[in-house]
Design a binder for this molecule. Structure first.
Ligand SMILES: *Cc1c(COP(=O)(O)O)cnc(C)c1O
Length: 407
């Protein structure tokens, strides 16, 4: 096992040149996109090694997005739970309210570099759409966001925020009218307009080079965390926790620490109403290997390969596939995965508001629910770092409804 682990955590080598993390990942797309993805991968490689691109990105992350984000000691929550010291990486304090802007900025700069003036994106809850719309407004790029009709109705405020930033939001009426269908539509647009259009995909998902590229744009989260925890505690944490939708905020935090075998890494999926077919979005609880929207990974599907319905209290975790890099690290045992149910999340949400004065995104609250259970099982001299991936302003109406309150 330790040999496998050592090989698997040789992170510099992953993914392979054809985009594989072990048997996961790859590039399963229509022929018309093969060249576009190859060009994108090559341009990204050049940008990555170009100090001017990296400096530009670092500058925008600081000035526009608000990096570095703090590493915050949750003193009252730690006292309340009576176990390990709990720290939050405060991605919730970024511009537009979540980690998503790290990736949106990186990809928009890349699009400009490639001379593409038109941006398309998909969005579920709207957070990635809002981040992309804001970045496009800032950079003077045209922006079209695909969003399922059901999600548009659920997240009206985010639709309006995107429109305020000058984006066109196109409703998608096919399928379940949610995220998966929006991705299909965005890919269709890209096939047609690939010459002048860049597709800013919102998570560590899809065909190569997206999972790698999105990860790289978020790994600043873990890099900052390393120096911040060393400054505050003089050592690295014992455990790190993040919620996993497609997996971008989690891999952004974890990547820096994959080669630290003493740190336990835990991803938390959406357990919804519990692990019953159609009632959750925990891909590692009942998902099977398959191909969805460009990559091979764990997918919630029936025996005929039809994608199963998913459910989560948080739209941002409500997706049938998980990023291929997570599938790989789960298989080799480097990252552990658990899940939190909607009920766990509602309780954790209220506790954090009450004892710390922080209103977390429902997505991030999945990681919090796990942390709340885990911390008391650990010693007081141990340390947990949790990624607080976003703020909960977008979710307060929904929480009020669940609690039977009229706001
Ligand atoms: C979109 C979102 C997520 C889920 O996406 P990942 O790619 O898994 O990070 C998590 N938290 C917040 C706040 C989000 O907006």
């Amino acid at each position: 096992m330790s040999e496998v682990k050592a090989a698997g955590t040789d992170k510099a080598s992953l993914p392979t040149a054809d985009g594989r993390f072990g048997e996961f990942g790859g590039c399963y797309v229509p022929e018309t996109l093969v060249t576009a993805l190859k060009d994108l991968g090559e341009e990204y490689q050049r940008a990555k090694e170009d100090p001017e691109f990296q400096n530009d990105l670092a500058f925008q992350l600081k000035e526009f997005a608000g990096r570095p984000t703090g590493l915050y000691f949750a003193e009252r929550l730690t006292e309340e739970l009576g176990g390990a010291k709990i720290y939050f990486k405060r991605e919730d304090l970024l511009h537009t309210g979540a980690h998503k802007i790290n990736n949106a900025l990186g990809q928009a700069l890349l699009a400009k570099r490639m001379g593409k003036r038109r941006i398309i994106a998909e969005t579920g809850a709207g957070q990635h759409g809002v981040a992309t719309a804001a970045v496009c407004a800032k950079m003077g790029l045209e922006c079209v966001v695909y969003m399922g009709a059901v999600d548009m109705e659920r997240q009206k405020l985010n639709v309006f925020r995107m429109e305020l930033c000058g984006a066109e939001v196109r409703g998608v009426d096919s399928g379940q009218k949610t995220l998966k269908d929006a991705v299909n539509e965005a890919m269709r647009d890209w096939v047609t307009n690939v010459r002048d259009t860049h597709y800013i995909l919102g998570s560590a998902l899809g065909a190569h080079p997206y999972p790698m590229m999105v990860r790289d744009f978020h790994k600043v989260i873990g890099q900052e965390t390393r120096s911040q925890i060393l400054e505050k505690e003089g050592r690295l944490p014992d455990e790190m926790v993040a919620c996993v939708g497609g997996g971008s905020n989690a891999i952004g935090l974890f990547y820096e620490f994959l080669g630290e075998p003493d740190i336990r890494l835990v991803g938390v999926e959406a357990g919804g109403h519990g692990i019953v077919k159609g009632e959750h979005a925990a891909r590692f609880e009942g998902g099977r290997l398959g191909v969805l929207q460009g990559c091979k990974t764990y997918i919630l599907q029936d025996k005929d390969g039809q994608i199963e319905l998913t459910h989560s209290i948080s739209a941002g975790l409500d997706y049938a596939a998980i990023g291929p890099e997570h599938a790989y690290y789960r298989d080799i045992g480097r990252i552990d995965y658990g899940y939190a149910t909607d009920d766990d999340v509602l309780e954790a949400f209220q506790l954090l508001c009450r004892v710390e004065g922080i209103i977390p995104a429902l997505e991030s609250t999945h990681a919090l629910a796990y942390t709340i259970k885990r911390a008391p099982q650990m010693e007081r001299n141990q340390i947990i770092v949790m990624n607080l991936s976003g703020r909960g302003d977008k979710d307060v109406n929904q929480v009020a409804k669940f609690l039977g309150q009229d706001v």
